[in-house]
Design a protein around this ligand. Structure first.
Ligand code: COA
Ligand code: ZN
Length: 317
């Protein structure tokens, strides 16, 4: 049995929050369905933040409701929503969300810019929201943002990431998602950051969230896999970025990570042959082509076989 790598699709949240146009609700449903058709089963749907701070996701409650109503969430193993504070948690909970992602930057300034709190305030609020979610039986992931560097405060010491991870695990968090929010990391920095976390909490409780700002997203992910990480975030076409973290570009592309890990013999559950269809859907919604590095090759393989979708695994071609 091949070992499993779990890829969580964050394009609907991290990707769409940063687009110049707000994708209408129906378009989000179409994208979610295309992702599910391609085999994605772990998806971050949206965020319950101030609607005026991120207007692209202001329809969070309606989107979640529509996704439930259309039976899309029933086809997922995890459908998460980002919440920045207790109010966001309460909105998400009222909308029926049973898996939340909190955000805590490891640097002082990014917390202020992103969520208008000092690091200590943000930490205390994350602990309180985590405890409340645990009491409600809601699953909690905590993003430790800017874990490999902050656009305002510079490098982030791994020890600070480890200390915050310990506090959030103590509060009851299920998963710590170590996030290189602006793509400042280098693979050489990965072992010191990730090895102690995987050793302490195991691979089911640690996820890696890389951005591809400097073209190292896949290299970072591979190095993290060597550190024992088995859960990765990615966004279709490499969409993404944080409106409050200057310099942040897109997440590492879902197609690049799925290809990287499938080619190495891991099972991701993702049908590589279907991913170009999802890229077409994104292009239709945004009017711009977004794609990761491997997309042209995936398409050429499909063309070579002369059929749009093959039942044969792409590796055998
Ligand atoms: N959802 C909707 N409204 C919210 C809210 C939430 N999660 N949190 C606070 N508000 C509302 C309050 O009800 C209040 O409204 P009122 O003026 O009508 O009474 C107003 O916002 C101010 O509340 P306050 O608690 O002072 O929040 P704030 O202005 O300090 O904003 C955040 C804090 C976190 C809500 C805001 O900074 C935010 O939404 N940031 C977006 C972060 C983000 O999405 N980053 C990218 C992903 S990491
Ligand atoms: Zn991100």
């Amino acid at each position: 049995m091949p070992e499993i790598i779990r890829i969580t699709e964050v394009g609907l949240r991290d990707g769409l929050q940063n687009q110049p146009v707000a994708v209408p609700l129906q378009g989000k449903l179409t994208l979610l369905e295309a992702l599910i058709e391609a085999g994605l089963r772990h998806v971050e749907l949206t965020s319950f933040v101030r609607p005026d701070a991120v207007p692209q996701l202001a329809d969070a409650a309606q989107f979640v409701e529509a996704a439930f109503h259309q039976g899309l969430t029933a086809r997922l193993d995890d459908c998460m929503a980002l919440v920045p504070n207790m109010k966001g948690y309460e909105r998400a909970h009222a909308a029926g969300v049973r898996s939340v992602a909190l955000v805590l930057a490891v640097s002082e300034t990014l917390n202020v810019r992103n969520i208008n709190m000092t690091l200590e305030q943000a930490t205390v609020i994350c602990e309180a929201v985590t405890r409340r979610a645990v009491a409600d039986g809601v699953r909690v992931r905590v993003y430790l943002a800017a874990a490999m560097g902050c656009p305002f405060d510079g490098p982030s010491p791994p020890e600070r990431v480890h200390a915050l991870a310990a506090r959030m695990i103590d509060a009851g968090a299920d998963v710590i998602a170590v996030a290189d929010t602006i793509g400042a990391g280098h693979p050489a920095d990965v072992p010191a950051l990730f090895d102690p976390l995987v050793r302490a909490y195991g691979d089911t409780r640690i996820a890696a969230h890389f951005h591809d700002t400097r073209g190292l997203g896949s290299a970072l992910a591979w190095q993290a896999a060597l550190s024992g990480v088995r859960q990765f975030d990615a966004s279709i076409g490499g969409l993404g970025g944080c409106p409050f973290a200057p310099g942040a570009s897109g997440n590492v592309a879902t197609e690049d990570l799925a290809f990287l890990f499938e080619q190495a013999g891991f099972a991701t559950g993702i049908n590589l042959d279907r991913l170009p269809d999802v890229l077409d859907t994104v292009e239709g919604l945004l009017g711009v082509r977004h794609q990761g590095r491997v997309a042209p090759w995936l398409l050429s393989q499909r063309k070579k076989r002369g059929s749009r979708v093959s039942s044969t695994p792409i590796l055998s071609s």
